[in-house]
Design a protein around this ligand. Structure first.
Ligand SMILES: [Zn+2]
Length: 78
């Protein structure tokens, strides 16, 4: 990965950008495909690294990322 690629996690300056992109994804299929595509649509983001970081925070699929990570007390805008 390039050094300019960012890991998007709660507290990151661009977290809300990711959260608003994911917020359009209303259905969970038990995968992180929507989170992945949200990240992939952002520039200079380490998609795999961010997904791994989110999984460690409990975001193992799209709905867990949306409910447990985006809206967790540690998340921005909680
Ligand atoms: Zn889910």
């Amino acid at each position: 990965m390039r050094s300019s690629d960012e890991i998007i996690v709660p507290g990151h300056p661009r977290w809300l950008e990711f959260a608003s992109r994911l917020n359009r994804a209303r259905f969970c299929f038990g995968t992180t495909e929507q989170a992945r595509s949200a990240l992939a649509g952002m520039t200079h983001v380490n998609v795999e690294g961010s997904l791994h970081a989110l999984a460690r925070l409990g975001g193992t699929c799209d709905c867990h990322i949306e409910l447990d990570v985006v809206h967790s007390p540690a998340g921005v805008g909680a």
